[in-house]
Design a protein around this ligand. Sequence first.
Ligand SMILES: [Zn+2]
Length: 264
Amino acid sequence: MTALTPNRIIFNTAKKVYEGELSKSEGINMLVGELNINKGSAQMIIVQIFPKLLDGEQFTRTLSVDLFNSFLKFILEDYGEDRLRNSLSALKMHIDYIKEKGDAKITLRKIYQGYLDSLKTGGTSSLQDEIEQSEIVNQLKDKTKNELASELENSENDTSEKVTINHKSYKRNNKIIALIKILRNFECQICGKYILKKDGLKYVEAAHIIPKHKQGNEHPKNILLLCPNHHKEFDLGNREVINHTEKEIEFKLNGVRYLISLEI
Ligand SMILES: [Zn+2]
């Protein structure tokens, strides 16, 4: 058997504490005793950084870039892509936090971007876009349906890449998708389902009928809101479009026929 690297031992110890196999003080003592890590750092890893990374929450203390890199690799290996997504969202908040403090760690941002790029995005939005869309939803949630519909129309006619909402700049495409999600109630347009997130917001995905790489754009007539299952079926299943207009789309997906309104 090959010996574990120090980074793997740190990770495994923090993991045992996270999963309740070791108490916090047992974990901290193991790191201090076996790897000669100072107690403050051991505590910071076990109590703050490891659990917050896995749970997707902001942390303020920082690790060496090398240790972060190993942690992300091991999270992907041991827990899979969903947990890596959580960790990247925690890391993004952390990077923003240290950037705000005037201490941007360029290399840390690089490894964040590298892992973000490595995630398969299901053909629509990257994690970054998802985060941006949720922020926009939050900014717009108090507007009336009429106000939202006219915002959507304005955004469609706009040709700029970026838009500003409450002094913050966003991709215009993300604003359009956020508006479509609100106006269509965040429901899968095939089965009516959505995922309820722990923050109380609903999660649904936006599928491009004509894919982006074939010049499909963000416009209500080209966007279907789908739950993750139907999104994958739409992208990977046997799809046959029978009719597609401004107002509706009729298609067969794995032999089942659907007629779905694309109006707002
Ligand atoms: Zn569905």
